[in-house]
Design a binder for this molecule. Structure first.
Ligand code: PBG
Length: 326
């Protein structure tokens, strides 16, 4: 009988040895907490398909933001949930300085100044009556160029409200360039762009639709990417970097680790990933049934996303995980 000369198990023997050789280590600063602010409510409202996540009132938003910042979370991404009555064909409530998203950005910025990074979702789907990420052409498709013009003005409104970073998530062609030029022309050269570069039209956004009370009929396959495609994501990323993206993002995260890894190899800007609502809810649902160990699973998913190459991760677990590992 011959024995192995080399024994990888030696480095797995004790927790201290494993800790010493650990290749990927999560830290609170790389986690961003997405938050939902709903117009006209005074108490936070649970989202049934996202257990543990709520639609915030203005007051509870600040409290949740404080908890996140104290835990060391790296930034906050805000989504607005307007009244149904304020939705229209062009999503005008998204541009209104007194629209719910801009109000929330202003609240956060005046509360925190530069002590955290305040980001705003730059998309029309929460604000349009039809729920699409842009305005519609006569044939019912999303009109790319008419939408771009609105994104430019929306970005300026968000910058004026105090966003450090805007997150164009609509997957319109040319959106990063248009947003960059609009910000610069309005004197907001210092506001950065977190580009949702490779955003897939998959099935993982279901619970988010409840969170923002989406009115969408149909789907987003004419503008978001087709899940089988990787090379197409590289093309999108190249364009976004050329147009001025400061950070590029892949979304969802766990089903697209190969995309994250390929982009990480390709670009020198930071790479982010969005662990989306469906990824969150799958784990919560399985854990609630006692089928998996909740905490270990959460940490394993986030570690995997980082190991694949994401330097920043948006996750609804940001505060909890930051407290756990901080
Ligand atoms: C679009 C947007 C979506 C999400 C973030 N930004 C929804 C969509 O593209 O359909 C989904 C995030 C999640 O599922 O957690 N504004």
């Amino acid at each position: 009988m011959s024995f192995p000369d080399i024994r990888p198990r030696r480095l797995r023997r004790t927790p201290a040895i494993r800790r010493l050789v650990e290749e990927t280590r999560l830290s609170p600063a790389e986690l961003i907490l997405p938050l939902f602010l709903k117009d006209g409510i005074t108490e936070p409202k649970p989202i049934s398909s996202l257990p543990g996540v709520v639609q915030h009132s203005r007051e509870s938003l600040l409290k949740a933001a404080h908890d996140a910042v104290s835990a060391g979370v790296g930034g906050l991404m805000l989504f607005g949930v307007p009244d149904n009555a304020d939705k229209d064909e062009t999503g005008s409530a998204g541009l209104d300085p007194d629209g719910i998203l801009n109000v929330g950005v202003r609240d956060l910025r005046s509360e925190f100044g530069d002590a955290t990074v305040i980001m705003s979702d730059l998309c029309l789907d929460e604000f349009t009556s039809h729920g699409h990420c842009g305005v519609l052409a006569a044939d019912g498709s999303v009109d790319n160029d008419a939408t771009l013009e609105i994104y430019g003005r929306m970005a300026v409104a968000q910058a004026e409200a105090g966003a450090h970073m805007v997150g164009p998530s609509g997957m319109m062609d040319g959106q990063i360039g248009v947003v960059r030029r609009a910000l610069d022309a309005a004197g907001h050269q210092d506001v950065s762009i977190l580009a949702y570069s490779a955003k897939y039209a998959g099935a993982f956004y279901g619970p988010f639709r409840e969170a923002v009370e989406s009115t969408l009929q149909g789907d987003r396959r004419q503008y978001q990417q087709d899940p089988p495609n990787l090379r197409e994501a590289l093309r999108e990323v190249d364009l976004d970097v050329a147009e001025g993206a400061d950070i590029v993002m892949v979304k969802p995260a766990l089903p697209y680790l190969d995309v994250i890894a390929a982009i990480r190899e390709r670009v020198t800007v930071p790479v982010a990933a969005y662990q989306v609502s469906g990824e969150y809810s799958m784990v919560e649902a399985a854990a609630a049934n006692g089928w998996i160990d909740r905490e270990r699973t959460i940490l394993e998913t986030l570690t995997s996303i980082k190991r694949a190459g994401a330097q920043i991760t948006l996750t609804y677990w940001a505060t909890e995980v930051a407290e756990l590992i901080g």
